[in-house]
Design a protein around this ligand. Structure first.
Ligand code: GDD
Ligand code: MG
Length: 359
């Protein structure tokens, strides 16, 4: 038996306004809540039981898990107050069934990866490590936790979100998946917030524990920002990122009840949500359109998220933007890189029509 803990209690602030009503792991990605991709992938690689460590909007998880059969036992633990990553891992201890020396997997709830999960557990046991971390390499590691290792794959340091150039000593980062010897979880303090990255891991190094880092250069993405969220969704639809929850890959995924005009173009792994509509001449490339949203004639949408029930008028150009649930974007608006439209906002139509100028 292999047990896993999925940390899903964060507030997802970088994905606001989408995360105001829906916690990040419950946002729809390639047709299902993101957490389903992680849970089914863990299931297919030998995990038999998953404890969801929830905090922010815990009832949204509970309702969904109660109503679903994901082919694996899923248990929900909820913190009264957010306890941080380490505190959340300690908080689920009473919910675990593993013995003191057995391995327990821990996953951040926003990671899409092709990691060999069974291989990580095997290496952890072969090296008799106290904790093993899955590491990946990225070009710009500043937004992550840096984890240098020595020739024996022992971790030498933890540098969470480095602030100065001198701290950037490696391109290896914490990829958000760990194996803990269960007894190590017992030693995390209770009753107060604890950061696993800033407190638990450095403390283990100081105490001489065996902390191993295993680099895997396969597919990896943290869906924490709007652009990464869109990329992850598109990679799943295109089949670049692996998930048992995507039945058929291709240029686009159109969910039940959506209406797509015959001359509209959907490319780059775009998802169109249930009962959404895309009008004549519209082109949507690499985007996520949530359920019940409407895209007007000749609008061009790229690298963007259109929230549930949002209405995009005709002739709009939307690139790199997040449109909140139920927002109305009048005809002819141009919304570019980084723009966020709050849920329910109403942007009137413009007198100048961008999309027709720029064809
Ligand atoms: N239950 C619970 N309670 N979960 C939490 C809490 C909490 O108080 N705080 C955060 N989490 C969950 C989040 O939901 C997320 O799944 C995970 O813990 C990590 O939090 P993020 O907010 O996504 O952290 P990050 O992306 O800035 O950094 C982390 O991930 C990187 C890899 O993507 C760190 O682990 C970095 O070291 C790492 O490189
Ligand atoms: Mg993250």
């Amino acid at each position: 038996m292999t047990e896993a803990v999925l940390l899903v209690g964060g507030q997802g602030t970088r994905l606001r306004p989408l995360t105001i009503n829906t916690p990040k792991p419950m946002l729809p990605v390639a047709g299902v809540p993101f957490t389903v991709h992680q849970i089914t992938r863990a299931r297919d690689t030998g995990v038999t039981r998953i404890v969801l460590g929830t905090s922010y909007k815990a009832d949204v998880f509970k309702e969904f898990i109660d109503a679903s059969d994901l082919g694996i036992e899923v248990v929900i633990a909820t913190e009264d107050e957010p306890l941080g990553t380490g505190g959340a891992i300690r908080h689920v201890l009473p919910y675990l069934e593993s013995g003191a020396d057995e391995p327990v997997l821990v996953f951040n709830g926003d990671i899409l990866s092709g990691l060999d999960i069974a291989g990580l557990v095997r290496t952890h046991q072969e090296t008799n490590s106290d904790v093993s971390l899955y590491l990946t390499t990225v070009e710009d590691p500043r937004a992550f936790g840096l984890v240098p290792t020595d020739a024996e794959r022992r971790v030498t340091q933890f540098l969470e979100k480095p602030q100065t150039p001198e701290e950037i000593v490696t391109d290896q980062i914490n990829a958000g998946c760990y194996v803990f010897k269960r007894s190590v979880i017992d030693s995390i303090p209770t009753g107060r917030p604890v950061s696993v990255e800033r407190e638990t891991f450095p403390g283990l190094l100081e105490s001489g524990a065996v902390v191993s880092g295993i680099v895997d250069r396969g597919y990896w993405l943290d869906l924490g920002t709007p652009l990464a969220f869109v990329q992850g969704s598109c990679d799943l639809v295109l089949g670049t990122a692996p998930s048992p929850a995507v039945a058929k890959t291709g240029q686009s995924l159109v969910l039940d009840g959506a209406t797509i005009a015959g001359d509209a173009s959907l490319t780059g792994g775009t998802t169109i949500g249930a009962n959404a509509s895309v009008a004549s001449g519209a082109s949507i490339d690499g985007a996520v359109v949530f359920d019940n949203a409407q895209v007007g004639a000749n609008s061009r949408i790229t690298n963007s998220i259109i929230g549930e029930g949002a209405v995009i008028g005709a002739d709009c150009v939307i690139d790199g933007a997040v449109i909140g649930d139920g927002a109305v974007v009048g005809a002819g608006n141009e919304l570019l890189a980084g723009v966020r439209v709050w849920p329910g906002a109403n942007l009137g139509e413009t007198s100048v029509r961008f999309s027709s100028d720029r064809s």
